[in-house]
Design a protein around this ligand. Structure first.
Ligand code: NAP
Ligand code: F7E
Length: 340
């Protein structure tokens, strides 16, 4: 049987790496787009990259979501059965610093891919997955599902909302098989260093190993629904392999504050943190040493306080449910970090 061909934007990122490995295991030929960078940016996928002279099922191409020409040419050349658009300036805090760039890549980048599918006449061949986000719900009260109102609270979330609706519009206008996955936070040992879970795990491991003495955090009262990226990429693939295209919330349905996440990591590391003070003066003590402090630079101009997803539709129609709970996720993240 002819192998399916997938094209992944954002293949060098956390989800891109897990998805590429999942699809290779499912016997796909996988093409990924990477950005030109002055330092190597392929550490998450080096284990699946093969020498171009060997027989391969994984190929890399240079490209960028801000570059329409490269997108059109790459899709024309590869003629993919499935495109997964995971590429993005994905940091919410950073999006306040670079709002225009975030909109160009996260919003218009999505349009560039969808319009390339249409321009190349691939509407009937190429299925499209859009990496949507719980950040689009923003200020809307939890639990959030597919019917909840969107109220984005950052340039990142506003850009992703454009991507969400342009995906629906191209599905309805041109009959493209296009799905929005509305994914709640998902983490892993290969999560980017500046996202809060990875920062907490690395920070506390470094303190226990005496390589550092303090961890600075922002709003520790924000609440999130954290899952494992390995579980979440399965849902992406399931969406594109259903009979009809639809949008799905993917979440665990459990919610913890950043402060609770710190306490859970500390517990796994066998350290007990005592919290004292409040507001910007709140501190976490290990014995008589203050090891966690609050730094206002990590606060956002507008915050998303409380996210908790209801993924009943995905459970029912995609037969998807997460294998990892928060403890298993934390254990895996600590193990990888401690041994690095
Ligand atoms: P990530 O680790 O930050 O990866 C983002 C990927 O996008 C990287 O490969 C990055 O390349 C690439 N990229 C950035 N700018 C680009 C550009 N201009 N052109 C082409 N590629 C570009 O993000 P992730 O956690 O894997 O998330 C994957 C997707 O899901 C993102 O769209 C994110 O917004 C969305 N999402 C994530 C979560 C989550 O909790 N992880 C939840 C909901 C939605 P470099 O490696 O060169 O930087
Ligand atoms: O922040 C608070 C911060 O940056 C989580 C992205 O993958 O998930 C991610 O976005 C919470 C926020 O993730 C620090 O204010 C406290 O309330 O880990 P984060 P995020 O903003 O939820 C969504 C679903 C995406 O789509 C995004 O692409 O933690 N927080 N102190 C901190 N956050 C960071 N980064 N650093 C801190 O020191």
């Amino acid at each position: 049987m002819k192998k399916k061909i997938a094209l992944i934007y954002g293949v060098t990122g956390q989800d891109g790496a897990y998805l590429a490995k999942l699809l290779i295991n499912k016997n796909y030929i996988v093409h990924g787009v990477k950005r030109r960078s002055s330092s190597l940016n392929t550490s998450r996928i080096d284990d699946i990259y093969r020498d171009p002279h060997e027989e391969r099922n994984f190929y890399l191409h240079y490209g960028d979501l801000s570059d329409s020409l490269s997108i059109l040419k790459t899709i024309k050349k590869i003629q993919p059965d499935e495109i997964y658009n995971l590429g993005a300036q994905s940091h919410v805090g950073v999006s306040f610093e670079v709002p225009e760039y975030t909109a160009n890549v996260d919003a218009i980048g999505t349009l560039r891919i969808l319009d390339s599918i249409k321009t190349l006449g691939l509407e009937k061949k190429t299925k499209y997955y859009q990496a949507g986000t719980s950040e689009m719900f923003g200020a809307t009260k939890p639990p959030q599902n597919e019917k909840s109102i969107f109220y984005p609270r950052s340039p990142y979330a506003v850009a992703k909302l454009y991507a969400h609706w342009i995906t629906i519009n191209y599905r309805e206008a041109y009959d493209i098989f296009a799905c929005n996955g509305i994914l709640f936070n998902h983490e892993s040992p290969i999560r980017g260093e500046t996202f809060v879970t990875k920062k907490i795990v690395s920070g506390l491991c470094a303190i226990v190993k005496k390589k550092n003495s303090k961890l600075y955090l922002g709003n520790i009262y924000a609440k999130r629904d954290w899952g494992h990226a390995k579980d979440y990429v399965v849902a992406m693939w399931k969406m594109l392999n259903k009979k009809k295209p639809k949008d799905y919330v993917i979440a665990t349905g459990k919610q913890y504050s950043v402060k609770t996440f710190v306490n859970l990591v500390a517990k796994e590391l066998n350290i007990r943190i005592i919290w004292k003070g409040s507001g910007l003066n709140e501190k976490g003590y290990w014995g008589n040493k203050s090891i966690i402090e609050i730094d206002k630079r990590y606060f956002r101009p507008t915050e998303v306080n409380s996210l908790k997803g209801n993924a009943q539709l995905a459970r029912k129609e995609l037969k998807w449910k997460p294998k990892y709970n928060i403890t298993a996720l934390i254990k895996e993240m600590i193990k990888a970090d401690f041994n690095s």
